[in-house]
Design a protein around this ligand. Sequence first.
Ligand code: M6R
Length: 607
Amino acid sequence: MCGIVGGVSKRNVLPILLEGLKRLEYRGYDSAGVAFRNNKKVSLVKTQGRVADLESQLDGSLKSLQGIAHTRWATHGVPSTKNAHPQDSGNSIFVVHNGIIENHENLRKKLTKEGFKFKSDTDTEVISHLVNLYKTKGYDFDSAVMRTIAELKGAYALGIIDLDNPDLVIGAREHSPLVVGEGIEENFIASDVMALSQVTNKFKFLQDGQIALIGSDKIQIMSKNGTAKKIPTQEIDSNSFTNDLAGYSHFMEKEIFEQPKALQDALQGRVTSEGTQEGIFGAGFEDQVKDVTNIQIVACGTSFHAGRIFEFWSHKFLGVNCRVDYGSEYQYQEPIKTDKTLLVTISQSGETADTLSSLKFAKKTGKPVTLTICNVANSSMCRESDFSLLTNAGPEIGVASTKAFVTQLACLNLLLLTMMQLKKQPKKAIQNISSSLLQLPKKINKTFDMLKVYKDVAKLLFNKNSALFLGRGMYFPIAREGALKLKEISYIHAEAYPAGELKHGPLALIDKDMPVLALVPDNEHLDKIQSNIQEVAARKGRVITIGPLGKTKIGKNGGHIKIPKTLDLHNPIISVVPMQLISYYTALLKGTDVDKPRNLAKSVTVE
Ligand code: M6R
């Protein structure tokens, strides 16, 4: 999704801004732009294309001490140069914006009456004109920004510069992340720590409603009404924010192969073969959740699938009712009110607008104990929750989520174990699950022995228009995750069904051109799913099965992939890895942009 980087310095900021944009490319975007001080004026360069195109349009000898830059993921107005940010007003006020201004139409009418001419279709342009309006009415730059913000409804992270203020960048945030990066004789703003990790490891995380005035020698934080605010500076380990491919062809590929290590990091110091350590979710967590009667999970996309697996675990091992809602839907359901609810938000980024607003909604409408399972420390969700557990997967750059998913499941398993311990469940059961969990990195490593097999399956898929994924019980969310991976990076239409639903409709789709990937567990569902597979085979469907039984064999009409066997509750975690690799190799055969699939963004910060 959109990315912001801006700064003022006593040295040339242009290379810093461009490098920042490159580091934000992983978020997904369709156009890019930069506004920078160029002697007595501010120059604006924009492109409908990649950051590299933007760079090629800039004279390499240019030097600038102040600027703002942006990668845009279109919401209002098609991807185009005119709609790219920065948006300016009268060549004097320049704005970059992440988010959506909900009342932009009314503001556009008001500003048109005031004589402003709009050059773009964006909601953002109202911001530059509003600041300009208040400046022409005699307000200082910062007061003009504050008056503007008072009129905005919606979500925004903003970076603003003014022709008359060469040593000032103003940042502001409301429901969209923005950080301030501290340097020596230079300071910056960015929507993501990653954008600035090449210049600083010191960050201030703005809260909703805060405004930052950034000069090369000053950082001033204020609330919307102008009250000075103090927020601590946090040191972040910048080394962990690398965007180096380390010899892999794509970040998705690298991240798939990083999964054993990511799992180890997620479990390290948190669990032994006897169970989980106390306090891993934060001090006092155990006390707060020991008598919860209801667990509500809210998440989107891949993170939602992780939640759906926990739902099975919760019912089976805890006997605690668990419900999972999409972040985009939760607010439309009448929340179930019980005495003691644990609300768990799951998110790689911790910034997904739908999940974040659900968390805020849940806190407003009830009194749940809130826990976030998240990959990004200091993210909005972590800060909004009573407790948090970091997945420790390391930065995930590929838009298709892989290592975040398996580490989310590991962390959810830690939650399960912690609650089993609180419920004084038999030690043996806790030890079994803990020991099996600790074996997972090794078992996932084993799945990498069969790359040739995954490539063969990809050859069966890449020239098809659709594919069906089947699973039963807790394998159904894994089937959904497999279908999501295939569709998002290879653009093949893929649908997942609970295997038993096949004969209630989707069986009509089966023919030799509809490959079916079925998850075949070693549990009580085995016979039934085998019958479902027969139903497909009898209609000339091509079936590829994945499971811990049998032998691996792939022919031109399908076959079987044997995965390492483990406890039934952990097999879903292992079986997702072949699906990730099959999708990856299919996308390679199709020649799609694996890490930045069309129309998608890594971090979805608009509702
Ligand atoms: O950062 P989050 O985990 O909250 O993101 C949620 C979804 O946007 C994300 O999982 C998305 O579905 C991925 N592209 C899936 O690969």
